[in-house]
Design a protein around this ligand. Structure first.
Ligand code: SF4
Length: 381
């Protein structure tokens, strides 16, 4: 194992700033804490699955704060001990039907019939197999699942699961073959079930995955299957949400207190660039709200990914750093230089301003500004 891991991976936790920012994440894979999805499964919440979405959401919000307190009190208790305590209070069958994670799963399945998982809010009836703007029907289609060694040092080896489909349409997409230009007809009826997905977690952890990393494309359209799989999963590693964060407030309410660590993209710092380059109206408004929700409602542990784009340091990179510095408590940022023209930017002449790689000067400008603000980025970039 040691020979398999790179130098950064072995030394990364010696950095105090990183250690202090990712306490929850680190202590789960050190077996000192229980992953949040397992805590949610042990948290008794009686509910009527036949109530409508608004009623269920009201119930969910009523229990959110109670769950938050319960997590603080119980996350470091040995799992077996906690299970024993909970099962002495509730019968197993009763808890299976009435727990906080189950409520979330029921809500997500309820929303699927007029889908509003993401800010497109296209209201597609995916329960009937119709295909949303994201290109996804009611099934989850997985392009690959493997141990990823190319993620940020604290994250690897990462048990990464790539889903087809995406809720945004970045004109420079480097994963366009799985995000946009896949042939759904070819896969229809052969989606990955929740049981198969839970088995994938197990197999990835057996191969030394330090976490389960949901990515794509974009994982958001698959929330209903992902949460069903969490209801049966047995692995004791952190769950990682790796996303463009273009989720609705409702979706964020449901998922924010479940994932142990987040890899949120912060691409643009205004709605105009979001709309022009990713066909994502209200991008910046949604992103700001969702980033705050990670801190206020969830584990508050994340590594932001900011892809520096050519001719976008003044309008996007610098204002993102300013906003992060002003509004977030413990930011860690991966400042990424790997932008290259791809997809529509390569196929058309519509975006000459982003038809090149990022220059050394642009990267220097962004990194030195992060240094000036005192934002921590080096060990995760
Ligand atoms: S996830 Fe897909 S179907 Fe649901 S609102 Fe977004 S684009 Fe529409």
């Amino acid at each position: 194992m040691r020979a398999f891991l790179g130098r950064d991976i072995l030394t990364v936790w010696q950095q105090v700033e990183l250690k202090d920012r990712l306490v929850h994440y680190r202590e789960i894979f050190q077996s000192k804490r229980i992953p949040r999805y397992k805590l949610a499964r042990l948290f008794f919440v009686p509910f009527d699955a036949y109530k409508d979405k608004d009623e269920l959401l009201k119930k969910h919000e009523h229990h959110h704060l109670k769950f938050k307190k319960w997590v603080e009190e119980n996350q470091t208790v040995p799992l077996e001990e906690l299970e024993k305590k909970v099962y002495s209070q509730y019968k197993e069958e009763e808890l299976e039907k009435n727990n906080y994670l189950k409520l979330k799963s029921v809500l997500l399945n309820n929303i699927l019939s007029a889908c509003e998982y993401c800010e497109n809010e296209c209201k597609t009836n995916r329960s009937e197999g119709k295909v949303g703007k994201c290109g996804v029907n009611d099934e989850a289609h997985i392009s690959s699942a493997f141990i990823h060694m190319g993620e940020e040092s604290p994250i690897v080896p990462s048990g990464t699961i790539f889903f087809y489909g995406c809720t945004m349409e970045c004109q420079f997409c480097q994963n366009w073959d799985i995000s946009h230009e896949f042939n759904l007809e070819r896969f229809k009826g052969r989606g990955t079930s929740a049981v198969q997905l839970a088995n994938m977690f197990y197999s990835l952890v057996k191969q030394n995955a330090r976490n389960i990393n949901f990515v794509g494309g974009e994982p958001t359209p698959n929330l209903h299957i992902i949460f069903e799989s969490l209801l049966i999963a047995q692995v004791n590693v952190p769950m990682l949400w790796n996303s463009n964060m273009y989720l609705t407030e409702t979706s964020m309410k449901i998922i924010s207190d479940i994932f142990d660590i987040w890899l949120p993209d912060m691409k643009y710092s205004n709605n105009e660039c979001g709309n022009k380059y990713s066909k994502a109206p209200k991008y910046w408004d949604a992103l700001k709200r969702n980033m705050k929700m990670i801190e206020e409602r969830g584990s508050g542990e994340y590594i932001i990914r900011h892809l520096v784009m050519p001719n976008h340091t003044k309008c996007c990179s610098i204002p993102i750093l300013d906003w992060v510095n002003e509004h977030l408590k413990t930011p860690l940022i991966n400042i990424m230089a790997q932008y290259h023209p791809d997809y529509k930017v390569l196929q058309t002449n519509r975006f000459p301003e982003i038809s090149r790689r990022v220059s050394t000067n642009e990267m220097h400008e962004v990194k030195s500004y992060a240094d000036k603000l005192g934002i921590y980025w080096k060990s995760v970039s």
